[in-house]
Design a protein around this ligand. Structure first.
Ligand code: 13P
Length: 259
């Protein structure tokens, strides 16, 4: 049984003081999270403060992006080694906002996935179709292309250390979430592909999160779907009460966290 995982993507929000306050409120609201894993991904500037606030708690820190080299003349970039030093457990890779606004390509996403794994970070690979692509019936083609390209060349074992997030672009920040049935259908398809790329056994251990307008009042029905292993939460993760509410709904699935 896969333990549910809820990841907060704070995106480009917050000062150090605000991040500290938000992380403290989430930590205090989730004293002993049971049956669920929780990771907060603040902006780089806020990461050390949040890591300090969460030290000794059951909540982990992660990052929103990384570069693929370990160090060197890459002005403005942050390497997975630097993130590992801060205690990050995972790094979000290939978020649609980076693909869309920064021109991040599948090839770059693949390099980032490999670099994260090489430094002991779990890559959280994001895939998802736009509204137009869904209208044209291309949803499965798009997510398949992004998944295959993002995971290209990985061994089955390495693949088992990855996490996938299905984030339909039309659901991000719009207040319109995918229905549990819509998400479940895509998650099932992605798991089928993972079986083909690794093995059925390994595919069964990979968490596939749903992201896109996850809120406390839809998290329960989404996470009840056997194929939905938790959420990648944007807007609602900026309010401690809302985020804690989502985590509690996800925990209701009742699995024991994976070590
Ligand atoms: P929202 O929860 O604000 O829709 O954002 C989802 C997202 O992009 C998380 O990575």
């Amino acid at each position: 049984m896969r333990a549910p995982l809820v990841v907060a993507n704070w995106k480009m929000h917050g000062t150090i003081a605000e991040g500290r306050a938000l992380a403290s409120a989430v930590r205090d609201g989730l004293k002993r999270p049971r049956g669920v894993e929780v990771v907060l991904c603040p902006p780089f500037t806020v990461l050390p403060a949040v890591a300090e606030v969460l030290a000794g708690s059951a909540i982990a820190v992660g990052a929103q992006n990384c570069y693929w080299e370990t160090s060197g003349a890459f002005t403005g970039e942050v390497s997975p080694a630097m993130l590992a030093e801060l205690g990050c457990r995972l790094v979000i890779v290939g978020h649609s906002e980076r693909r869309q606004h920064l021109g991040e390509t599948d090839a770059q996403v693949n390099l980032k996935v490999r670099a994260a794994l090489a430094h002991g970070l779990a890559p959280l690979l994001c895939v998802g179709e736009s509204a137009d692509e869904r209208r044209q019936g291309l949803t499965f083609n798009i997510v398949e292309g992004e998944l295959r390209a993002g995971l290209r060349g990985l061994s089955p074992e390495a693949l088992g250390h990855c996490i996938v997030a299905y984030e339909p672009v039309w659901a991000i920040g719009t207040g319109v979430n995918a229905t549990p049935a819509q998400a479940s259908e895509v998650h099932g398809y992605l798991r089928g592909l993972l079986s083909e790329l690794a093995s059925k056994e390994i595919a069964q251990t990979v968490r596939i999160l749903y992201g896109g307008s996850v809120k406390p009042d839809n998290a329960g029905e989404l996470c009840r779907e056997p194929e939905i292993d938790g959420g990648l939460v944007g807007g609602a993760s900026l309010q401690a009460q809302a985020f804690v509410g989502i985590v509690k709904k996800a925990a209701g699935r009742g699995a024991t966290p994976k070590e």
